[in-house]
Design a protein around this ligand. Structure first.
Ligand SMILES: Cc1cc2nc3c(=O)[nH]c(=O)nc-3n(C[C@H](O)[C@H](O)[C@H](O)COP(=O)(O)OP(=O)(O)OC[C@H]3O[C@@H](n4cnc5c(N)ncnc54)[C@H](O)[C@@H]3O)c2cc1C
Length: 409
């Protein structure tokens, strides 16, 4: 066959698994890189393990893309994509510097990023844990607090009590102690705009989260937000003034701007609407996966901006993009198995199951599962093409089968 190309844009969980799934289809069709060239283009050389960035040593939470994809003959290109044109039959990708690349099939997987506040009244470093670099900057800052002599030296204000904010807040007591904070002298303050903690996680998980907060003496400021901040203190909208040099923003994620720029239908988070094969609605030869896409996961339940959805969306998008080139039937995406596993620091963790988030494990039992997920299950094989391609098959796991396997793993 004449040489064809697949470009995967983005080297996160969705992009890595899309590229691996495409390489698997290529191999199964008896073809190689001379027949179908698969390239993954990403801003940096690593797969960043974003779900672990609240933990200790965030600088280590990354794996070389080359080590994952090189053995499977997927080319990785480290460059920023500045534009994608999809109004012709071959999507055209423009890289920073001006080079353009045409693809027979494109998988857009450029992920999401934190929406930072734009108030000019916040005149200080606003920390976050959205990327390895940002989380490392926060970690270094916490380690440097021992040298501070200012009031509020050991006070950290976390804005947003969603998944990320809650995991960070409950990890902070350990991080502060490790940095030298004397017991009973540190404060963690959680600021939440809503009138209830963890609004997106729902009522079933809330009692355990509140118990963990209580256990750590984490102070809750509900129905409030940050009004202004300078290098010494944070003023909240409820009038509270908190002496602190450490303000961490975790609230609000939005899809990569490249998704909106395509000009197709997007949802309120800027995610592209895709059909059941993950093709972008109304756009030729373009698939989307991960945090940049919104798909029906299970009978009207939409995918979330989560690692567990990104990994499987990637596999289906890569499979379907490659299948269009080699011939064969595309596979319809669905993902009925859904869990939420929330780390609560030294308190343990919380595992819920299903879309209504039924709590199935708490404390140390849930923590073991969280460690299994974070330390093993989300890591793709490295330097091993056959293990990678074996794991790259798209698969629909039924809910009951999924939870039984996880609980017995
Ligand atoms: C602190 C934290 C904790 C989390 N915890 C969990 C959890 O416990 N469970 C869970 O399921 N999910 C969790 N998530 C969410 C999860 O990490 C994301 O949903 C997942 O990483 C999405 O994968 P992705 O591949 O779609 O996008 P991303 O991880 O955002 O990757 C996108 C990739 O595209 C690249 N890119 C972006 N723009 C460009 C461009 N213009 N040019 C070239 N490359 C580009 C980026 O560099 C990156 O490599 C957490 C996220 C954070 C930040």
């Amino acid at each position: 066959m004449a040489s064809k190309s697949i470009v995967v844009a983005g080297g996160g969980f969705a992009g890595v698994w899309a590229a691996a799934a495409a390489a698997r289809v290529r191999q199964d069709a008896g073809l190689d890189e001379n027949d179908i060239r698969i390239s993954l283009i990403s801003k940096g050389p690593f797969l960043e393990i974003r779900p672990r960035l609240y933990e200790a040593s965030p600088d280590t939470m990354k794996i070389s893309l080359k080590d994952i994809l090189g053995p499977a003959m997927v080319e990785d290109r480290i460059c920023e994509i500045v534009e994608i044109e999809t109004n012709t039959s071959k999507p055209k990708i423009t890289l920073k510097g001006g080079e353009t690349i045409e693809a027979d099939q494109l998988v857009l997987a450029t992920g999401s990023q934190l929406v930072r506040p734009i108030q000019k009244s916040i005149k200080r470093i606003l920390f976050d844990i959205d990327t390895v670099d940002a989380a490392t900057q926060l970690d270094d800052h916490i380690k440097s607090l021992a040298n501070s002599t200012q009031e509020g030296q050991w006070t950290v204000v976390v804005v947003g009590s969603g998944f990320t904010g809650t995991e960070l807040a409950t990890e902070l007591p350990s991080k502060l102690r490790a940095a030298g904070a004397p017991e009973d002298e540190f404060r963690v303050v959680m600021v939440e705009r809503s009138d209830a903690i963890a609004p997106e996680l729902g009522a079933t998980m809330r009692p355990t989260i509140l118990d963990a907060f209580d256990n750590f003496n984490i102070e809750l400021k509900l129905s409030s937000t940050v009004e202004s901040a300078d290098s010494n203190c944070v003023l909240l909208s409820n009038g509270d003034v908190i002496a602190s040099q450490t303000l961490v923003w975790t609230a609000g994620m939005r899809a990569s701007p490249l998704a909106t720029a395509i000009g197709a239908n997007v949802d309120e988070l800027g995610r592209l609407r895709v059909d059941r094969f993950l093709a972008v609605d109304g756009v030729a030869n373009t698939f989307a996966a991960g945090d940049v896409a919104t798909a029906d996961a299970d009978n009207g339940h939409c995918t979330l901006q989560s690692c567990q959805h990104a990994q499987m969306l990637g596999r289906f998008a890569g499979y379907n993009a490659a299948t269009k080139l080699v011939g064969g039937e595309p596979m319809a995406y669905s993902q009925p198995f859904y869990v939420t596993c929330l780390d609560l620091g030294e308190y343990g963790a919380l595992l819920s199951y299903g879309w209504d988030r039924k709590v199935v494990r708490t404390g140390k039992d849930a923590k073991k599962i969280k460690e299994l997920i974070n330390q093993r299950l989300i890591y793709p094989p490295q330097n091993d093409a056959s293990a990678l391609l074996a794991a790259a098959a798209p698969m629909v796991r039924e809910a009951e089968d999924g939870i039984q396997r996880l609980l017995s793993a």
